[in-house]
Design a protein around this ligand. Structure first.
Ligand code: GLC
Length: 740
C-alpha cells in the first residue's frame, strides 16, 4: 500500500477501531492453546473488542495461523490483518544455543546465520514478528534471564545485536540497505527490553534498577542503540524502573532517548501486562492512569493488559490525551503491517510445506551443530581432551545429562523437543563400547518445582543409581561427567541466590573422584555457575551452556577432536556468588589490588579474591597460541585520525586451533574514571600447527569517546593503552597519545 492509502485508511477508522490496533492479546483469547508468557487472569475484553485488536501473541503453525488470520480479516471492519508475534530468541524448531552461548562464539557471522534460519522457520510457521534480539547487558549471574543476553560487554552485545537484526530482517539500515520485510524468510525483529532490565538489584527478577545516567549510557544503552541503527523494526519496553520510573511510562526514556536521540521511528510495544503493572509499581492509581502514562511515553501497542482497550478512547474523548498521539501510534503499526506486505498477503510466508521442508532440516541441523561447537568454552584441560576414538581408551559417560534431551534453553519451544541429540547419541557416532550411566537426577528432590522441573527417585533408586555410576567409573580409563542446571532453573522468573550445581550432582562428582581421578566434566547451564569445586576436582571442564537441538553431536565433535574448542567467555565466571556482579570492564578504585600499605585498607574482600574464576574472553583450545608484542604504526593520534595496531599470532601446538584475538583499550586518565579495559575489537583466526597469522585492528577516535564530566560524548586528549591478547586479562600492551 502507498502511504497515502494508509493515511486514507487511518482517516476512515473510528477511535475504537484505532485503539484496537494498539492492543495485543494472547492467542488463547482467539483460539485453543498458545504459549502463555505472563499472567492472563486479569484481562477482560468483550468479543467485539477482541475482533478489533491489532496483534496476537504466542501461537505458531502455518495452518492454525492462517485459519485465525483468515477469520479475523474477514470480520474486521477494515479487514486489517493481525500482527502475529512470538518469542523466537534462539531458533524456532531447529534450536540454537542460548544467546549467552552465542555470545561465546564471538562470531557475528554465525549469529547472523542462526537468526536467518530462525526467521525462515518462523515465517514458514506463519509468524511476522519475533521478540528478539534481547540486548540487556548482564553482569549478574543470579538473574535468570542472563541466558537470553549475549553477556557483559557493550561492544560484543552491539556487534551481535546488529548481526541478529540483519539475520532476522535481511538488511542493514546502517549499511544503507532498504528494509525488505515482505521478502520471504524475513521477519521483523524487536529489540528488548528497553531499557536496563539486566541490572535488577540483587539479581532479583523484575527488581528496581539503580544506575547513573552515565553508566546507563556507557554500558547499557549501546547495544539497543546499535540494533536500532541497524533498522530493527520494533522495540519492547522493560518491566523495570529506571530512575524510579517504570520504563513503560518513562517519557524521557522513550520519547527523548529512544525516539529523538536514537532516531527510532518504529513500533514500541509494552512488555507483557507492563502497562497495568504501573499500578502495582505505584505510579498509576488505576488502569486508566496507567494507559495515560503509557501513551504519553509513546507506547504504541499494549501487550495483554486492560489499559488501552478499556480507557484510551475515553482519555481522548475526555480531552486528556490528544487523538494525534493515537493517530501517530496507529500509523506506525499500519506501516509495519504494510512493510511486512500483510495488506496484500495477510499470511506472509506461512506454509505447511515449508514447515516440513525447513524444520530441523539437514542444513539447519548442520549449522546448529557448528554453532553449538563454536559456543563451548574449554575452561581446563590437563591432557584429558581430545578423547581417543580407539577402543584402548575406555570411557564412561556418567551423569543426568549423559542422555538428556532437555538441552535447549527455557525460552525455546521446539515442536518436537525429542528431536534434540543427546550426548549418548552423539558419542556413539564416534566410538562404540562406551558406558552411559545416569548416576543421579538433574535436580535435588526438594528443588525447583518450577514449570514441572521437579523430579523424584523411586524407592531406593538414588543409592542404586549412585552405586552403578561408581562401578562404571571404576571400570573406565576416563570419565566424562555430564552435569548441569535444569533448564527451568533459569529464564524469566528464574533468579537464583545459589548458583551452584544441584547438590546431588556434586555428591556424584565427589564419589566418582574417589575411584577415578581422570574426570572430564561437561557443564550444561544457562548462566555462569559457581564452578570452583568442579574445576578443582576435574582434570578438564567444558561449558556447553544449553546447546540446543544438535547439542549431543556438537559435544561429541569437540570431545573427540572432530571440532576444536573455540568458545570464549561472554561473561566472567565468578569464584563465588558473593562476588556477583563481577565483570572485566570495572574501575581501578583508589586502592587497586596490590596497593594499600596497612593490612585491611585494600580494595576487595578479606575472604575472597576480586578476580573471577575465569575472565571475560577466556577459553582454551587444544593447542597453544603465541603472541608477538603489540605494534602500533604511530604513537600519536589526532582527532578524527586512526591508528593501526597489530600482532602476530602463532600456533605453537600440535593441533589446529581457532583463536579469538581480542583488542582492548584503556583511557588512562579522563575527566571521569574510565574502565581498566574496554573491548574494542575481536577477530577469529584459524591456524594449523606452526602456522602464523598477522592480525590488525584499526583504532578510530570514535572508539575513545565517552560521556565526560559534563555528559558530553567526546574523546579527551591523553595517554591510551592498547591491549591485544587472548582474553581480558592480557597484559600484552602498547601506548599512544591522543592529541587535540
Ligand atoms: C515476557 C517477556 C518478554 C516476552 C514477552 C512475550 O514476559 O518479558 O521477553 O517477549 O513476555 O512473550
Amino acid at each position: 500500500m502507498e502511504l497515502k492509502e494508509l493515511q486514507r485508511l487511518l482517516g476512515e477508522m473510528s477511535l475504537e477501531e484505532k485503539v484496537g490496533q494498539m492492543v495485543q492479546i494472547p492467542a488463547n483469547m482467539l483460539t485453543e492453546g498458545g504459549l502463555i508468557t505472563g499472567p492472563t487472569d486479569s484481562i477482560e475484553m468483550t468479543q467485539e473488542k477482541v475482533s478489533l485488536v491489532g496483534a496476537l501473541l504466542g501461537k505458531t503453525g502455518a495452518k492454525e495461523l492462517r485459519d485465525i488470520q483468515e477469520e479475523f480479516v474477514k470480520n474486521h471492519p477494515h479487514h486489517i490483518p493481525l500482527l502475529l508475534m512470538y518469542d523466537i530468541i534462539n531458533g524456532m524448531d531447529t534450536i540454537f544455543p542460548i544467546p549467552l552461548a552465542m555470545g561465546c562464539t564471538f562470531s557475528p557471522e554465525l549469529v547472523e546465520k542462526s537468526a536467518e534460519v530462525a526467521a525462515k522457520e518462523a515465517t514458514a510457521a506463519g509468524l511476522h514478528v519475533t521478540f528478539s534480539p534481547m540486548l540487556d547487558l548482564v553482569r549478574d549471574a543470579r538473574w535468570g534471564r542472563v541466558m537470553e543476553s549475549t553477556g557483559e560487554d557493550p561492544w560484543l552485545n552491539s556487534e551481535l545485536g546488529k548481526a541478529m537484526v540483519r539475520g532476522y530482517q535481511g538488511s542493514s539500515k546502517a549499511a544503507g540497505e532498504p528494509l525488505d520485510l515482505k521478502k520471504e524468510g524475513n521477519i521483523a525483529g524487536c529489540i528488548k527490553h528497553f531499557a536496563g532490565y539486566g541490572l535488577p538489584e540483587g539479581g532479583r527478577e523484575y527488581e528496581n534498577v539503580e544506575i547513573s545516567e552515565r553508566t546507563f549510557r556507557e554500558d547499557y544503552l549501546p547495544a539497543y542503540k546499535a540494533a536500532a541503527e541497524e533498522g530493527c523494526a520494533m522495540v519492547m519496553t522493560s518491566f523495570n524502573t529506571l530512575d524510579r520510573i517504570p520504563s513503560t511510562g518513562n517519557k524521557w526514556l522513550m520519547r527523548e532517548v529512544l525516539r529523538k536521540e536514537m532516531g527510532f521511528d518504529g513500533v514500541l510495544i509494552s512488555d507483557y501486562s507492563a502497562i497495568d503493572e504501573m499500578i502495582t509499581h505505584g505510579i498509576a492509581q488505576d488502569s486508566r492512569e496507567a494507559a495515560k502514562l503509557a501513551i504519553m511515553a509513546g507506547v504504541d501497542i499494549d501487550m495483554v493488559s486492560n489499559a488501552y482497550v478499556k480507557y484510551l478512547a475515553d482519555l481522548v474523548c475526555q480531552g486528556e490525551v490528544e487523538e494525534r498521539l493515537i493517530d501517530e501510534a496507529v500509523m506506525r503499526i499500519l506501516k509495519l503491517k504494510n512493510d511486512l506486505g500483510l495488506f496484500e498477503n495477510p499470511y506472509k510466508d506461512g506454509s505447511e510445506e515449508k514447515e516440513k521442508e525447513l524444520f530441523c532440516c539437514k542444513e539447519h541441523r548442520q549449522l546448529a551443530r557448528k554453532i553449538a561447537a563454536a559456543s563451548f568454552v574449554l575452561l581446563k584441560n590437563e591432557q584429558m581432551l581430545p578423547l581417543k576414538k580407539e577402543a584402548t581408551e575406555k570411557v564412561a559417560f556418567i551423569g543426568p545429562y549423559a542422555e538428556n534431551v532437555e538441552i535447549h534453553g527455557s525460552w525455546s519451544f521446539p515442536k518436537n523437543p525429542e528431536s534434540a541429540i543427546t550426548i549418548k547419541a552423539g558419542a556413539e557416532q564416534k566410538k562404540t563400547g562406551m558406558t552411559f550411566v545416569q548416576g543421579c537426577l538433574v535436580l535435588d528432590e526438594d528443588q525447583c518445582d518450577r514449570y514441572g522441573g521437579k523430579q523424584s527417585y523411586g524407592e531406593g533408586a538414588k543409592d542404586l543409581m549412585l552405586a552403578e555410576a561408581v562401578m562404571a567409573a571404576k571400570n573406565a580409563d576416563k570419565v566424562v561427567l555430564c552435569l548441569g542446571e535444569h533448564r527451568n532453573q533459569s529464564g524469566e522468573g528464574g533468579s537464583r541466590v545459589n548458583i551452584r550445581l544441584p547438590e546431588n550432582q556434586m555428591i556424584l562428582l565427589r564419589e566418582i573422584q574417589k575411584v577415578n581421578a581422570n574426570i572430564v566434566t561437561v557443564v550444561f547451564s544457562a548462566r555462569p555457575l559457581e564452578l570452583k569445586e568442579v574445576t578443582e576436582i576435574s582434570k578438564a571442564v567444558m561449558l556447553v551452556w544449553m546447546p540446543g537441538t544438535e547439542g549431543g553431536n556438537a559435544i561429541a565433535d569437540v570431545l573427540f577432536g572432530d571440532s576444536m574448542p573455540q568458545g570464549r567467555l561472554s561473561m566472567s565466571m565468578p569464584r563465588s556468588v558473593g562476588q556477583v556482579p563481577i565483570y572485566y570492564n570495572r574501575f581501578s578504585t583508589g586502592r587497586p589490588n596490590g596497593s594499600g600499605t596497612a593490612v585491611g585498607f585494600i580494595h576487595g574482600y578479606i575472604d575472597e579474591s576480586t578476580k573471577p574464576l575465569y575472565p571475560f574472553g577466556y577459553g582454551l583450545s587444544y593447542t597453544e597460541f603465541e603472541y608477538s608484542k603489540v605494534e602500533l604504526d604511530k604513537t600519536e593520534m589526532c582527532v578524527n585520525g586512526t591508528l593501526t595496531a597489530k600482532v602476530n599470532v602463532k600456533n605453537i601446538g600440535a593441533l589446529p586451533g581457532t583463536e579469538t584475538v581480542q583488542l582492548y583499550l584503556q583511557d588512562v586518565k579522563g575527566s571521569v574514571v574510565r574502565p581498566v579495559k574496554m573491548l574494542r575489537g575481536f577477530e577469529k583466526v584459524t591456524l594449523q600447527p606452526g602456522e602464523s597469522g598477522e592480525v590488525r585492528f584499526e583504532i578510530k577516535e570514535s572508539m575513545l569517546k565517552f560521556y565526560d564530566i559534563n555528559m558530553d560524548y567526546v574523546s579527551e586528549p591523553g595517554l591510551f593503552r592498547v591491549f591485544i591478547g587472548q582474553d581480558s586479562d592480557t597484559e600484552n600492551m602498547a601506548e599512544f597519545w591522543l592529541k587535540k
